[in-house]
Design a protein around this ligand. Structure first.
Ligand SMILES: Cc1cc2nc3c(=O)[nH]c(=O)nc-3n(C[C@H](O)[C@H](O)[C@H](O)COP(=O)(O)OP(=O)(O)OC[C@H]3O[C@@H](n4cnc5c(N)ncnc54)[C@H](O)[C@@H]3O)c2cc1C
Ligand SMILES: NC(=O)c1ccc[n+]([C@@H]2O[C@H](COP(=O)([O-])OP(=O)(O)OC[C@H]3O[C@@H](n4cnc5c(N)ncnc54)[C@H](O)[C@@H]3O)[C@@H](O)[C@H]2O)c1
Length: 482
């Protein structure tokens, strides 16, 4: 690695996941010399253990469930079996198909200098990568996050979203701790593939970030797939805990006992900052250990920037990439472009999907319009009527938030994200012709319903105002009767 030591790099990128790769590509396109250090393999969580394997598993599970459901549409399939080894091969194929895009050779061909090793900051402008010293003008930290493992007595052996992909066999009884995106997506997928799944969530609803009616639809759907959902419970003790061996029991705070063969811990992720030497360069972290950034993605050290799961911003691949691009261009061009956080979409890829964006609270001065999908034509033809499309509007009629629960809701939310970002009004969405029949008709119909209501309300107000002024004029001008 001697050649990396002889120059001062315009940008040192620490971590080769979604955020690090985008930061490096952005900077190199701006003409900067870029050194990207990754201590494992480029691609990060999304490619190896996150989005790609999980969505591939979900696809297999979706087909399995579709066959079961198809009888209601008149299509009967006899004896359906799941070949878990083949499911694993499908996951592996998806990873191998996408991998070349993030491979070191591809990045090198684009002009990025890639080295393998863990970075530790030594002082301002100096860092160590393994045994080598490098000098940098600016740096972007993009080291991501790792699954949190709570301290529970008896908890010894378990899988997380990082290790579940190593399972050779489908667990017959899977206990999932945590009912967030990971717990719901993987819990439903394993149940559909044949595991007996129990999901334990500490709060009173699964997917606590979503509206209660959206979460309730997902909970019903998971239950239909056989998932036993236990909300509002804490796991207090685990006995046995030898995966694959019978006799493992989880004891919950209310005394409930759950037998399991495999335990998936999915209770959130913690920023990876250990051994980065942040204290040597004055980079501040918050109380949860996440690197604090301002809206330009700059840390408390003016020449160090951060993006992705290592920051307090929402932990998604799309945010990692978008904010890393802002960090890198600000670093290289000396700009202070700011990240927009008012229109960040999120999708949980359960069946149905739940997708949300913007301000979805019933805040003062906002109104909302909900179209349930029981009479949405595409939902009826697909026999997928669980779901709704909801738009939130501000006083001026601008769309400020949206929630969609439906198959492929993640596709619909893109349009609504654009509407929010551009400050479009409901009537502008209402006036945009949408193809029929689609699930995105739901959001369109919500916009049309709101526009009609507003027109009615406005014309009614105008009529009343007209009548009142006509009446008072008449009273003033009428002939005196005395
Ligand atoms: C099961 C699961 C499913 C998910 N599904 C989705 C989804 O469908 N859609 C979505 O948008 N998001 C999804 N996510 C979230 C998404 O994967 C992450 O938000 C995203 O990958 C974060 O990217 P990152 O670059 O910040 O971190 P990472 O991808 O984790 O990259 C960080 C990199 O830094 C390296 N590194 C760490 N420390 C050092 C060091 N000291 N020196 C050098 N290198 C270092 C790591 O090896 C790693 O490669 C999912 C996550 C999980 C767990
Ligand atoms: N589709 C997607 O975009 C997608 C999919 C998976 C993961 N992710 C990302 O990965 C991150 C991590 O996902 P996650 O599901 O692990 O975290 P999460 O924060 O989304 O959900 C964790 C859940 O575990 C619960 N919990 C916490 N401690 C618990 C305990 N001791 N016992 C029982 N329940 C407990 C929480 O209340 C919460 O509902 C998410 O923030 C998300 O951004 C995204």
């Amino acid at each position: 690695m001697k050649n990396v030591e002889t120059k001062v790099w315009d940008l040192l990128v620490v971590g080769g996941g979604s955020a690090g790769i985008v930061a490096a590509k952005t900077a190199v396109k701006l003409g900067a010399s870029v050194l990207l250090a990754e201590h494992e393999r480029p691609g990060g969580d999304c490619l190896w253990t996150g989005c790609v394997p999980s969505k591939s598993l979900l696809a297999a599970a979706h087909h399995r469930a579709g066959i079961r459901k198809s009888a209601a549409l008149g299509v009967h399939a006899e004896s359906v079996t799941v070949d878990f080894a083949a499911v694993r091969r499908h996951i592996d194929t998806a990873i191998r198909t996408i991998e070349p895009v993030d491979a070191p050779e591809t990045l090198q061909a684009e002009g990025i200098h890639v080295v393998k090793g863990a970075v530790t900051f030594i002082s301002d402008g100096k860092a160590a990568i393994g045994g080598d010293r490098v000098a940098y003008r600016q740096a972007v930290i993009a080291t991501g996050a790792s699954p949190i493992v709570p301290g529970i007595p008896g908890l010894r052996d378990f899988v997380t979203s990082e290790t579940i992909w190593d399972l050779r066999d489908l667990p017959s009884r899977l206990l999932v701790l945590g009912g967030g995106s990971v717990g719901c997506e993987l819990g439903q997928a394993f149940a559909r593939l044949g595991s007996s799944v129990t999901l334990v969530e500490a709060t009173d609803q699964i997917l606590p970030a979503e509206s209660p009616d959206a979460a309730a639809i997902i909970a019903d759907s998971l239950r239909q797939d056989g998932v036993n959902i236990l909300t509002g419970r804490a796991l207090t003790e685990v006995t046995g805990n030898n995966p694959g061996v019978p006799g493992n029991t989880a004891v919950l705070a209310d005394g409930t006992r759950v037998e399991f063969d495999q335990l998936l811990i999915a209770v959130g992720r913690r920023a990876r900052t250990a051994k980065l030497g942040l204290e040597h360069v004055g980079v501040a972290v918050d109380e949860q250990g996440r690197i604090v950034v301002d809206r330009s993605m700059r840390t408390s050290n003016p020449r160090i920037w951060a993006a992705g799961d290592v920051t307090p911003l929402p932990q998604f691949t799309h945010t990692a990439g978008a904010f890393a691009s802002i960090a890198a261009s600000n670093a290289i061009l000396g700009l202070r472009r700011k990240a927009t956080t008012s229109a960040i979409p999120r999708v949980t890829f359960t069946d149905p999907e739940v997708a949300s964006v913007g301000n979805t609270s019933a805040a003062h001065g906002t109104r909302q319009q909900t179209i349930t999908h029981d009479h949405l034509d595409r939902a009826v033809t697909e026999d997928e009527r669980r779901g709704f499309s909801r738009l939130h509007f501000d006083r001026k009629g601008r769309i400020v938030g949206a929630t969609v629960v439906s198959p492929r809701a993640g596709e619909t939310i893109g349009e609504l994200t654009l509407a929010i970002r551009l400050g479009l009004r409901g009537r502008e969405l209402a006036g945009t012709i949408h193809p029929y029949p689609t699930f995105s008709d739901g959001a369109w119909n919500a916009a049309i319903a709101d526009t009609r209501e507003q027109l009615n309300a406005r014309s009614a107000r105008r009529v009343i105002r007209g009548l009142t002024s006509a009446r008072s004029m008449w009273l003033r001008l009428r002939p005196h009767r005395h």
